[in-house]
Design a binder for this molecule. Sequence first.
Ligand SMILES: C[S@@+](CC[C@H](N)C(=O)[O-])C[C@H]1O[C@@H](n2cnc3c(N)ncnc32)[C@H](O)[C@@H]1O
Length: 251
Amino acid sequence: MKELLYNKAYEKFTPDWFENLAAVDQYLYENNRTLREFWDQYIEQFFTHSNKKFKVLDLGCGLGGFSLYLAEKGHEVIGIDISELAIQNANYLANIKNLGDRVRFLKVDITNQTKLGHDFDFIFDSHLLHCLTSDAERKAYFDFIKSHMHAETHYLLETMAFQKGLRTPLEYNFDDNYTLWKSNGDGEEYALRKILPSFELEQEVKANLLEINFLYFHAELTFHVFTEEPDYPIQHLPQTLRLAAKLSSNA
Ligand SMILES: C[S@@+](CC[C@H](N)C(=O)[O-])C[C@H]1O[C@@H](n2cnc3c(N)ncnc32)[C@H](O)[C@@H]1O
């Protein structure tokens, strides 16, 4: 069910869309602008030698734009996503860009206890965690991450954060646990996102035995998630939280 939901998001990228590579690159470039900034600033802040090469895992990689950016910089990358369609397209792009020896894309549902067989220097999540709405899925997510970390792995997360005053169109509804439900039009609702306030997210990360070494609430970087109401003012939209964490000594 979840796979179908996420495949849908990638149906608009039809094969002819990929024919205009310059337009594809432009799209990926725009889409990844803030992630590139996050990565570049983090490396500059925490590493003396900014040309060091890393093994990176990109969670919920989608079309793979950010993974491809890292591979172009010489890092060794694996991107994973639940959507078969996203993974097919990402592998296609890696091949035509001749980056297939440095980046691989795999269809993986992070909640399925998959083991990739080795660990990573960086685990990067751009907007996957808030797609996981149940406690069981989120526990599986953190277990997956920890099982692919070594003592010095950096976990970098960018996610939507709840704020007071967040407004939703009529078809959407937040419950008391910050789960965002959407009506499917037949009188039924399904859980679409879990958008926690920054403090609760921090608690969740810590409860999963990760030690936060960087936390940044980005109030200007909002998300226009509701296509039904694209013109909501900035103070009524979800905002962005970025954090970095390592395994805590108790893990
Ligand atoms: C909001 S998109 C973000 C895509 C990309 N990281 C970006 O920042 O543009 C979330 C991605 O997570 C993927 N995803 C959702 N649930 C997943 C799961 N259980 N396992 C792996 N990927 C999942 C979706 O298919 C989607 O590509």
